[in-house]
Write a protein that binds this ligand. Structure first.
Ligand SMILES: [Zn+2]
Length: 311
């Protein structure tokens, strides 16, 4: 039943997109961004070549293009955001997958070029504009998984899916800045709570961040919360406050830092934070949380809080 609802929503979104209707913010893209069938498309390699970059990474979820002065990160879902040197610069627009390999709108060439730095200028330009590489070991824990689906959203999908999607994006952004990331799971598998903490302890992690999404009986409940253990160290509280602050950039309400003895917080030896991204029981937030572009924004916001912690 829930699958049918999701399918219906996906089909409806597609119809709205094709008809250019802008009512549905879930797939919001300006009409100018949408490639018509006649618009020119380019492959990742062609895009890289025209920008003087090399393709350094092609994954299912994203591609990375680089030269000595620039890192371009493109999430490969229609409507996803494009990052140049860790700054979001706009949306990727429509991605044509009819031949298997993704083809991008040619308009990306200009959009990315205008955000790139000239090569050989890193030392010359102010270092403030170039994010310093960081070092540190972070464990990212996507809550639930496998036989444990977590909360069910009012739109029918499960918490475990959202947690993993955001955790993966977050891990990617952290690695981009040089941090070592260990994920307690990177697919839909069940991992015991105790094991999640042990992964952090065995890996000598310096920070443990668990990603969850909230749910309440009251559908009006909304906002994000950061949790630390009742006996949390000053460092853990600092990390939770920092992540809470940077997450406010997403536009969601900050419900503040709360204390609760969740097993993953108590059993990890390093500072540990649990983030509840928003409420799956709230219609507006449930729509946002499954939206790829919004997930990128969330991941970026949490990443910034973690960067500040290690900076
Ligand atoms: Zn949860």
């Amino acid at each position: 039943m829930s699958k049918r609802i999701v399918l219906a929503i996906v089909l409806l979104s597609a119809v709205l997109l094709i008809s250019g209707c802008q009512q549905d913010q879930v797939t919001a893209e300006g009409p100018g961004v949408l490639a018509t069938p006649a618009a020119k498309t380019v492959s990742a390699y062609e895009l890289a070549k025209r920008l003087g970059l090399k393709v350094t990474d092609t994954a299912v979820t994203h591609i990375t293009l680089k030269n000595s002065a620039n890192t371009v990160l493109i999430f490969t879902h229609t409507g996803a955001e494009v990052f140049v040197n860790a700054k979001p610069i706009g949306q990727v627009g429509f991605i044509d997958r009819t031949n298997g390999t993704p083809l991008f709108s040619e308009s990306l060439v200009q959009m990315i070029r205008s955000a790139m730095r000239a090569e050989g200028t890193i030392g010359a330009t102010s270092t403030a504009t170039y994010p310093r590489r960081l070092s540190g070991r972070v464990v990212i824990d996507a809550g639930h998984g496998g036989k444990d689906p977590g909360a069910k959203s009012c739109l029918g999908y499960y918490e475990k899916t959202i947690n993993l999607q955001v955790a993966k994006k977050l891990a990617y952004l952290l690695r981009q800045r040089g941090l070592t990331v260990i994920m307690t799971r990177d697919n839909d598998t069940f991992v015991e709570l105790e094991e999640r903490a042990q992964i952090a302890n065995r890996g000598n992690a310096q920070l443990f961040v668990s990603i969850h999404a909230d749910s309440a009986a009251r559908s009006s409940a909304r906002g994000y919360t950061t949790y630390v253990a009742k006996s949390a160290s000053w460092s853990a509280q600092k990390a939770a406050r920092g992540i809470g602050q940077t997450m406010s950039g997403t536009g969601l309400d900050n419900l503040g830092v709360r204390k609760a003895d969740y097993r993953v917080l108590v059993r990890t030896q390093c500072p540990a934070v649990l983030v509840e991204l928003g409420y799956l029981s709230n219609y507006q937030e449930a729509r946002l949380l499954r939206n790829n572009t919004f997930q990128n924004r969330l991941a970026q916001a949490i990443a910034e809080g973690i960067f500040d912690y290690f900076d």
